[in-house]
Every structure is written in structure tokens, then in C-alpha cells.
Design a protein around this ligand. Structure first.
Ligand SMILES: Cc1cc2nc3c(=O)[nH]c(=O)nc-3n(C[C@H](O)[C@H](O)[C@H](O)COP(=O)(O)O)c2cc1C
Length: 159
């Protein structure tokens, strides 16, 4: 389940090994009536608009819980988060982390990848094992620990 890209050279901030990225991770609860078809529509919208914003990441949906990893330029991610928090398809949006750093993209090829709740641990472990940036490794370790401790609202448990 690799998502690595061979090149980071299309990023602004050329000359740095890694771009300046704003990374937001949040959890939320799906609104009543949100089913797989509704989630698929969210993914289609995201894949249409994220590339122009330089935003990549993944969306996990399982047991009525969303978990999203967003990475991209600060202004664009901030604008998306402002839209997202008003979106009636989910509620109780809880930010787990928001960090701006010079770092590699963890999901450079994913305009917005839908990941099953049951697969999220594998995705995070895969990302951790391929990450070159120590900050990313630490952030992912923490998320995996929270997942294992059941702190991410039932995510990662069989539906
Ligand atoms: C859980 C969830 C994740 C979403 N992820 C994205 C995303 O990555 N990119 C995106 O453009 N819209 C995403 N959306 C949709 C936005 O909330 C919003 O509908 C979309 O940006 C269009 O906004 P606009 O109608 O104001 O242009 C998501 C919605 C939900 C409920």
C-alpha cells in the first residue's frame, strides 16, 4: 500500500529538501444518514478540488467516525478546514494536531484517499516505515498509540 512519490521537486520552496507544509489531523462524527455513497461523493469533490489547492491526504470512515489527514499550503488547508467545519455531513470536529513545518508529504500521490476504518492502522504503519522525516515518524507513532489505546472514537475497530 505504498503511496510514495519519487520526486518532491514540484513544491514551492525549491532548494529545500522538503516543502513548508501545514498538516491538520482531525476526527469527527458522521451525521445521521451518511452512508458509503455519501462518503464517496465527498471523496469525488475532494479529488476534484484538492489538486488545485496543493492538498493531499487521506480520509478514513468507519463506525460512524471520520478521521482526516490534510497536508498542503497553510492558507489553503485553513480555508478548507473553515469549509469543512461548517459541513452538515459531520459534527463534533475535534482537531488532533495542526502543525506547520518544513517536511515531506506523507501522502504525495493521494489527492484524497478513502481508507477503511479497519485498514487505518496498516496505512499509518506503512507511512511511518517509509517516512524519512523524524517529525513525521514521531507524529505517526503518537497517532498509532492513540489508535491502539482506543482514543480515536472506535476507529480501527471492526464496523
Ligand atoms: C469528512 C469530510 C471531509 C471532506 N474533505 C474534503 C477535502 O479534502 N477537500 C474538499 O475540497 N472538500 C472536502 N469536503 C467537503 C467540504 O466540506 C466542502 O463541501 C467542499 O470543500 C466544497 O465547499 P464549497 O461548496 O464551499 O466550495 C469534506 C467534507 C467532509 C464531511
Amino acid at each position: 500500500m505504498s503511496n510514495r512519490a519519487s520526486s518532491q521537486t514540484d513544491e514551492p520552496g525549491a532548494g529545500h529538501a522538503f516543502p513548508l507544509l501545514y498538516n491538520v489531523v482531525y476526527c469527527s462524527r458522521a451525521a445521521d444518514g451518511i452512508d458509503d455513497a455519501a462518503v464517496q461523493r465527498i471523496i469525488e469533490t475532494s479529488r476534484r478540488s484538492n489538486p488545485a489547492q496543493g492538498i493531499t491526504g487521506l480520509l478514513v470512515f468507519g463506525s460512524g467516525v471520520f478521521f482526516q489527514w490534510l497536508e498542503g499550503p497553510r492558507d489553503n488547508v485553513t480555508q478548507l478546514m473553515a469549509n469543512l467545519t461548517k459541513d452538515p455531513r459531520h459534527k463534533d470536529v475535534v482537531s488532533l494536531s495542526a502543525v506547520e513545518e518544513v517536511r515531506e508529504r506523507l501522502f504525495p500521490d493521494w489527492d484524497m484517499e478513502l481508507v477503511n476504518g479497519e485498514d487505518i492502522r496498516d496505512v499509518l504503519v506503512d507511512a511511518m516505515e517509509t517516512a524519512k522525516d523524524a517529525n513525521n515518524v514521531e507524529a505517526l507513532k503518537l497517532l498509532i498509540a492513540e489508535l491502539d489505546a482506543g482514543q480515536l472514537g472506535g476507529l480501527g475497530q471492526p464496523a
